[in-house]
Ligand binder design. Sequence first.
Ligand SMILES: [Zn+2]
Ligand SMILES: [Zn+2]
Length: 265
Amino acid sequence: MNLFSQDIHIHTKLSSCAGPTALAADYIRLAKAAGYSLIGFADHLWDSAVPGAPGWYVPQNLAHVLSLHGELRSIPKDGLEVRVGAECEYDLAARDIAITEEAAAQLDFLLVPNSHTHITNPGGRDDREAHAKYMMRAFYDILESKNARYVTAIAHPFLAVACPYPWQELLPLYSDDEFRRAFRAAAECGIAMEFNPSTTAGMGMDEDSMRAHPCFRMFRIMKECGCRFTYGSDRHSATGYARHEKTERFAALVGIGDGDILSIL
Ligand SMILES: [Zn+2]
Ligand SMILES: [Zn+2]
């Protein structure tokens, strides 16, 4: 099993931030051509049964996400495995995942980010120490959720989305020990860490540049702590579907082997 033969983080047009061209049929056709064995759709989700959805999330509920099954029925898969999961939001008010067990049980897999701070904590990002602390707290809240056993992976871990300054600057604020405690806990819960093309943002293709990037230290500690890994392209458009060579090279440098992969097959 190759880490990069399963892409389980793909947004269709059901996600409000994806374009009208993000069609499941196109993804399936392109994924087959690019040599994937499995793809998983992970549209944004806030379960309506959980109060407090930010306005942007209100239409993106479980019925909306699951409506993809109807579309998939008529699409030829030709041997490609296709799954329907979700990228479910972290609920700061409840310090939990914004999903009920009834909803989680209906999904093939579940991704949860600790780093959508542009949505869940937009006012708390200027102070970098506080921003870093927030993501660590969200990380533990996800691990300690009553629905943690449904969580497949943390989406783009510690990669603060739409950060007003380079998110890479936050990673040195965590000590090795702090990372170790968090990633050991994740490994014990069986929750994987996601390789995402954004992981490699800001690094070059050469080994020195990759080793110098703050994600190198973080992913090495994940690996050392026994975490397993998933890959998610986080695509929001079905135009082109080349493999992400830089992320694949980076994962190899981190030392990711077959035994480190969490397969949802
Ligand atoms: Zn995300
Ligand atoms: Zn996403």
